[in-house]
Design a protein around this ligand. Structure first.
Ligand SMILES: Cc1cc2nc3c(=O)[nH]c(=O)nc-3n(C[C@H](O)[C@H](O)[C@H](O)COP(=O)(O)OP(=O)(O)OC[C@H]3O[C@@H](n4cnc5c(N)ncnc54)[C@H](O)[C@@H]3O)c2cc1C
Length: 492
């Protein structure tokens, strides 16, 4: 690669990776008078592990004392209500229940209770009758539980997109489809190269998730590595939404928190995840064996679960580090390089607290930070048609008839909501699905995908043949007759 061909653009701070960590850091740094650029390899932010996880805002009582996971998880949990309120992101504080079936398991539950208490987590112990009264659909063999009412659920992709939107409002720049393919240091400066550009950065934040060890190695840092660990998850349709209120945890095993039953922030029930070491960082396949283990685990908690009601499945890969803990530190070898690596679970929960600690690390590295006079913590409110009253819906449709056209029938998502998502940055069918849930329902986009394809084409002024599901190579329409391409989006 000839490094001299591209002229380097100077930037104060470059963040590599637009997952929940990179976007939370971008928003945090947008509080300061800084020139910040985020580079993301995928067509949209939030498409790495951030879009494929359980979405739980953990309680903060699980983590081993003395670890960075413990340091950041509970403070992160405490930051969630305000963060989601400011960004108008759906956060359901539905609580966490860790259940026991034997006296030995109850002893373990007691240990987690004490661990939580020591940290200041709001935890209570429930006996058999209290558990049954709170969650009548749980297995009657459960003899007691730990209850953490401040645990919750969030839609991680929605949050990452909202963090980025708000960071941009406050002056951060970002590029998508901008994979860092090469990085090096020269005369004390750090350089990063994408297919299109080269950047000269004073400070670099490595938030590249599964690929954070590869990025570190580009700079000559090879002192940690990522060991991918896959988790498979299975989603039920909305008919089983009220089976449990809280997220149900078993007593954890040695390397994972076990198979959970999760009422997601979107309303669907989910079960999972597995925790299997894999060779490939991009091994996102689900398996029969994984399903069997997940279903067996979930059914032992909630016996009424029926596999016929499963509508979707996915796998995400945890970026576990060889330390078995988060890596949140300045590189010992490259001045001005910050590693936020090995952010496996509970990284989603910990993200706001990790991000809030980054200014300290940058100061330690010599950066002078000055707060902006005006930081706007709120993004423009999102209109969610389904959550408005009948009168509000009528008034909105009168003002903007596109809110009267339902595009996704399963989730009742209107054209107005989809168009708004496109104007906020959605560029693909998946981007729409993860932002507003159009295509995430029972038919999984069978009905609405062609309509959303046309909306993307219209709003982005691109041919329908250029609309993709998830970036180049996933085009949905290969050829279209002239009459069809001129057709308007059907009015449903
Ligand atoms: C199955 C599963 C369940 C989980 N459940 C929970 C949970 O319930 N609660 C919880 O708190 N945590 C959970 N986690 C953990 C959580 O998902 C992660 O900690 C979090 O998503 C990590 O975010 P990240 O930003 O570090 O990584 P990512 O989201 O992977 O972001 C990294 C980004 O960097 C980009 N990138 C990589 N290399 C480059 C490059 N060279 N140039 C440019 N961009 C690059 C990637 O495209 C990606 O978008 C779970 C994880 C899994 C796998």
């Amino acid at each position: 690669m000839d490094r001299t061909k591209k002229k380097a653009t100077k930037v104060q701070v470059v963040i590599v990776g637009g997952g929940i960590i990179g976007t939370a850091v971008a928003r945090e740094l947008s509080r300061y008078k800084l020139d910040v650029l985020l580079l993301e390899a995928e067509p949209e932010v939030g498409w790495g592990t951030t879009k494929a996880n359980s979405g739980i805002v953990h309680g903060g009582f699980h983590e081993e004392p003395g670890t960075l996971k413990a340091k950041y998880c509970f403070p992160g949990n405490q930051m969630y209500p305000q963060l989601c309120e400011e960004l108008d992101v759906c956060f359901k504080q539905n609580g966490i229940l860790m259940v026991a079936r034997t006296p030995e398991e109850m002893d373990t539950v007691q240990l987690y209770y004490e661990r939580g208490k020591e940290r200041g987590v709001n935890v209570r112990l429930l006996n058999q009758e209290e558990v049954a009264a709170q969650e009548p659909n749980l297995d009657p063999g459960i003899i007691g539980a730990l209850y953490a009412p401040e645990g919750g659920s969030v839609m991680p992709f929605e949050l990452a997109a909202a963090l980025m939107e708000n960071a941009v409002q406050n002056g951060v720049n970002f590029r998508v489809n901008a994979e860092v393919i090469n990085a090096w240091t020269e005369d004390g400066k750090k350089y990063l190269e994408t297919e299109e550009e080269v950047f000269e950065a004073d400070y670099v934040i490595n938030a590249a998730g599964l690929f954070s060890d590869d990025l570190a190695r580009m700079f000559g840092d090879d002192y940690f590595s990522i060991r991918p660990r896959k988790g498979e998850e299975y989603i039920f349709d909305l008919s089983v939404r009220d089976v449990v209120k809280s997220t149900i945890f078993p007593v954890p095993g040695k390397i994972s928190k076990g198979i959970l039953v999760i009422p997601t922030a979107a309303g669907n029930l989910m079960m999972g995840p597995t925790g299997d070491n894999v060779d490939e960082k991009e091994d996102l396949g689900t398996t029969q064996d994984g399903f069997n283990r997940v279903f067996e685990g979930a059914k032992s908690l909630v016996p009424s679960l029926n596999p016929r009601q499963i509508i979707a499945q996915f796998a995400g890969v945890r970026a576990a580090s060889d330390r078995g803990d988060f890596i949140v530190e300045l590189s010992p070898n490259v001045p001005g390089l910050v590693h936020l690596a090995g952010i496996e679970s509970p990284g989603l929960t910990a993200a706001p607290a990790i991000a809030a600690d980054v200014p300290r690390l940058l100061k330690e590295a010599g950066l002078e930070l000055e707060q902006k006079e005006h930081f706007e913590p709120r993004r423009r409110d999102v209109l969610r048609f389904g959550s408005l009253s009948r009168e509000e819906q009528d008034a909105l449709v009168k003002k903007d008839p596109s809110y009267g056209r339902i595009i996704c029938r399963c989730e009742s998502i209107t054209e107005g909501e989809i168009v708004d998502a496109i104007h906020r940055g959605a560029r693909t069918l998946d981007g729409i699905k993860f932002r507003v849930r159009a295509g995430a329902g029972r038919c999984q986009g069978g009905f609405c995908q062609p309509l959303i394809t046309q909306l993307l084409s219209r709003e982005l002024d691109i041919p329908v043949t250029a609309v993709t599901k998830a970036g180049p190579g996933s085009e949905q329409v290969k050829f279209v007759a002239k009459e069809l391409s001129e057709m308007e989006v059907a009015k449903s």
